[in-house]
Ligand binder design. Sequence first.
Ligand SMILES: Nc1nc2c(ncn2[C@@H]2O[C@H](COP(=O)(O)OP(=O)(O)OP(=O)(O)O)[C@@H](O)[C@H]2O)c(=O)[nH]1
Ligand SMILES: [Mg+2]
Length: 671
Amino acid sequence: MPTNLIRNIAVVGQSGTGKTTLVEKLLHFSGTTNHLGKVEKGDTVTDFDNQSIHYHHSIEATPVALAWKKHRLNLIDTPGQNELIGRSLSIFPAVETTALVLDPQTPITQISQQLFEFAKTQRKCQMVIINKIDIAPNQCQQLLNEINQLFGGRCLPINLPNAQGTSVVDCYFEPQFEQPTLIESVANTHEQLIDQVVEEDEALMEIYLEQGSELTPNQLHDPLEQALRLGHLIPVCFTSCENNAGLSLLLDAFTQLMPMPSEGNPPLLEKQGKPVSIDCDSLEHTVAHVFKVSNDPYLGKLAYLRVYQGEIHSGSQLYVGDTNKAFKVNHLYQLQGSLRSEIHKALPGDYCVLAKVDELDFDSIVHDSHDEDDVALHALSLPTPMHGVRVQPTKRGDEQKLSDVLNKIVSEDPSLRVELRSRTNETILSGLGEFHLQIALEKMRDIYKLDVQTSQPSIEYFETITRPAEGHYRHKKQSGGAGQFGEVQLKVRPLERGAGMQFINKVVGGAIPTSLIPAVEKGIHQAVAEGAISGNPIHDIEVTVYDGKYHSVDSKEIAFVIAGKKALLNAIENAGPIVLEPIAQLQVNIPIEYVGDVTGDLSSHRGLIEGSHTSNMGYSFISAKAPMTELQDYAARLRAMTGGQGTFSLTPSHYEPAPPKLQKEVCAEDV
Ligand SMILES: Nc1nc2c(ncn2[C@@H]2O[C@H](COP(=O)(O)OP(=O)(O)OP(=O)(O)O)[C@@H](O)[C@H]2O)c(=O)[nH]1
Ligand SMILES: [Mg+2]
């Protein structure tokens, strides 16, 4: 399949709008599959894993390929559940186009807006699919208005539901001018589209305006692609999976309107921070990106690659990142849900799967020449995992297995994180919410056969100081044999929030020999890591060592480590030490009737409401800041307040001094 006939499209959007059903329908409608599965029956191509079948929701992002009018369409069905958004966003580098699926029955939620904004920052061409027009045809107009209000007025329909909402009328390819529609006349819709496209090309605009001539699809092709690339045009299509309305026009839009791999905005590759351009050509060096990793019980670790340039074939010798040693491609696969077929090569623009290559991780760049050693994709800003759970193996002796399984689970999902807090000896698995963690823990139990106990992790407080102070310590030990002697004088001052710890050496005249300064620094670092008043690390502090004493025989490293540590603790005692607590940025999305309860609850938990707005469709978006200490049970609180209809997301914001009562509690815990 030549590269110019490939189209790569991510099917994204909030949960329940019909993404999986639509992909299943398109596979069937295009003749790619014989069987038409249903999400509820658990027999669709893309919701094939046990968890998707169990929950009747897509849990994984799953690519499938279908054939339409000589084209190859790679569609990626993605999860729409809020907490699985990381699994959707992380496959964006594999596509030129994202298609946001909405339905007229459901208000647009925060996740659809997040997906839309992310597509913009990733420079994807975008389209919107309004599905389920059979259910609420009369609400299509309202949804279209809402879309334009939220997404900036460039979302123009290329087809419209007919007057009864039972089928879809073409307004672009072969406009059916005489057909009545539910929303607007075909002629007006067609004209709006052409007006928007010719804006991109002055010469064409002149032909169009002055000569009033009809423009051919050929003439419109280049400006149309430019309008899509620049986000000046976001085509909107209407569909119904219930009665197949708009499926054929949607497939035409995918293949004839949306860009081929060489026409979309190029991937955001860079080398040492500078952009790297690629050429979607088979003869170029191979450059490919791992957009997903999964662990198959039979095949082992699977890496899904998008080839950006060059080819991958069986027998290829490839490098991962800047490693020196090449690995050899033995088998190359294409996966269609649970079905696997072996292929011999993957062309630029296409996808392939490599099995059992341990070196491949999510976001790895694979290439075949050392020229591309330092090439990387510009870091994706995925949501930060803020919901942590402490995990411990139920059975003694499973510690190593826990670590291996956690690494596997985390390798499959870039928005899960595992962290070992040595200070408290806690292993913390963090994700984007309760459900996200629940499916990770279920997978550990069901697939990897590991039972774990979970508990609430401790909050990560910091200590800092509020004023400058001096510190001094003389360490002297004489007990038989060689003694220990070291004396350190230092001063500390507070730094701005987020500055961390800075160490300055201003010792002159050899009061402490240069060779022993690292020992002093080591002692200071130990004290900083262990904290002075609460057992939490000290942040935002400058430590200047300016004097001391040593003894030519007894001054060993250990003496200065101890003197450095104790001199710092001595300084901190006089520097007004306080405990800082983490504050989170909170976005809450709720039906409007719960606004009073939700804002009241936040205020009574030391939250600060920063703003809110309401959508036409009855949903309110509240942004607030609140201490993490008060948010540990927020999922349960919000569920109780809104009857399960509210959603929220957290991102780290900053650290603030804890109120006096909490200061006392945190310091008391350390005793
Ligand atoms: N009436 C009607 N129902 C539809 C249509 N499309 C999908 N559905 C139903 O909507 C429900 C949700 O569909 P899914 O395909 O699972 O939705 P999804 O967007 O994949 O949801 P997530 O995987 O959770 O993100 C299912 O019961 C489908 O049968 C449609 O066009 N019309
Ligand atoms: Mg789905």
